[in-house]
Design a protein around this ligand. Structure first.
Ligand SMILES: Nc1ncnc2c1ncn2[C@@H]1O[C@H](COP(=O)(O)OP(=O)(O)OP(=O)(O)O)[C@@H](O)[C@H]1O
Ligand SMILES: C[C@@](O)(CCO)CC(=O)[O-]
Ligand SMILES: [Mg+2]
Length: 329
């Protein structure tokens, strides 16, 4: 039995545009997904206590019966289980085995589909735990690359390496195409607002792709997000938090123009700004879920808590720890 954990993330800048080769800067945060993998005689059994579909807690058996005993459509179950199934395929590929039997248990602090990178953290932790359970030890960079293939597969060939590299390595990272590196940052205080909702990353990415193909100005918007990231790198190097906030605000406006914000995300962004945050934007794929504000004042948390549509507000620390094992027995 091996347990591994990996962090979620917020985007300082650059989500969506990073899918088209622009740079992005995600930062790992101290909310983690923990995955325990145990070899078993036959088939795949996944216990995902945090995975709720329409209020159900799902325990499913990936062997012959193949689906959980709950009253939801196959497509919902497929969408929900895709990341775990693909991660197990990567484990088998890395270890050079076929049809290994596994029991997989997932315990995650990261809300699902909310822009905090739950899919990447689950894929990264599952690949680390699964390969170690088979006696293979992968470097974090290889775990990141294999977890990227998982995201790319589930998101229909439209994924970047940003979430998975950040989760595997920890800290702040810069990703541009295949060029992935860790970067230093000044001390960045984050506040997260969560509307309790979720967005479907694959569908939101597809929506931006269509806009980009249809309108030249949507393609320009994607490029402009890249320009924001390039300015942001200078602000990070200078430790200029006010400038970072300003750039985050601009980035949110462009994401909104690309159709991936929502009423509650906009309301939380404005609540944080009005409470004095240096800047605020949606994080991740959008559609619903979380905003991130650059701030360390309790007033912003309180303002978010009183914002209609906000379900939870919390401080989030940068997590320097990427994927690591919790125990090996
Ligand atoms: N605790 C969990 N148990 C099982 N599966 C999980 C868990 N957390 C995430 N997943 C998988 O990840 C999917 C959500 O990934 P998705 O990319 O849509 O959102 P996200 O990663 O949380 O947000 P974003 O990609 O915007 O940062 C779930 O549908 C499920 O397949
Ligand atoms: C929207 C996106 O840029 C980030 C999702 O967290 C998708 C990706 O990079 O694969
Ligand atoms: Mg995701």
């Amino acid at each position: 039995m091996v347990t591994a954990s990996a962090p979620g993330k917020v985007y300082l800048f650059g989500e969506h545009a990073v899918v088209y080769g622009e740079p992005a800067v995600p930062c790992a945060i101290e909310l983690r997904a923990e995955v325990t993998v145990t070899q078993r005689e036959d088939g795949l059994r996944v216990q995902a206590n945090d995975l709720s579909l329409d209020g159900f807690t799902v325990e499913y058996d990936g062997d012959a019966s193949g689906r959980p005993d709950i009253d939801v459509s196959d497509s919902l179950v497929d969408a929900a289980m895709g990341y775990v199934n693909e991660a197990i395929a990567q484990v088998e590929d890395a270890a050079g085995v076929e049809d290994a039997g596994f029991e997989v248990q997932i315990d995650s602090e990261i809300p699902l589909g909310a822009g905090l990178g739950s899919s990447a953290a689950v894929a990264v932790a599952a690949i680390d735990a699964g390969t170690r359970e088979l006696g293979v030890e992968l470097a974090p960079e290889e775990i990141a690359e294999r977890a990227y293939r998982v995201e790319n597969e589930v998101q229909d060939g439209q994924a970047s390496r940003a979430d998975t590299f950040c989760s595997a390595m920890g800290g702040a990272v810069r990703v541009e195409g295949e060029d992935c590196r860790q970067i230093g940052t000044p001390d960045l205080p984050f506040v997260i607002g969560y509307d309790g909702g979720a967005g479907d990353t694959g569908a939101l990415v597809a929506g931006v792709r269509e806009l980009r193909e249809e309108y030249g100005f949507a393609a320009d918007t994607v490029e402009a997000i890249g320009d924001i990231v390039r300015c942001g790198e200078q602000a990070l190097a200078d430790g200029d938090v006010a400038e970072l906030g300003q750039l985050m605000n601009f980035n949110h406006g462009l994401l909104s123009a690309l159709g991936v914000s929502s009423r509650s995300l906009d309301a939380m962004v404005w609540a944080a700004r009005n409470a004095g945050a240096d800047g605020a934007k949606l994080t991740g794929a959008g559609g619903g879920g979380c905003i991130v504000a650059l701030d360390d004042s309790p007033e912003t948390i309180t303002a978010l808590e009183y914002t209609p549509g906000c379900e939870q507000a919390l401080r989030a620390e940068l997590d320097a720890e990427g994927v690591h094992t919790e125990g090996h027995r």
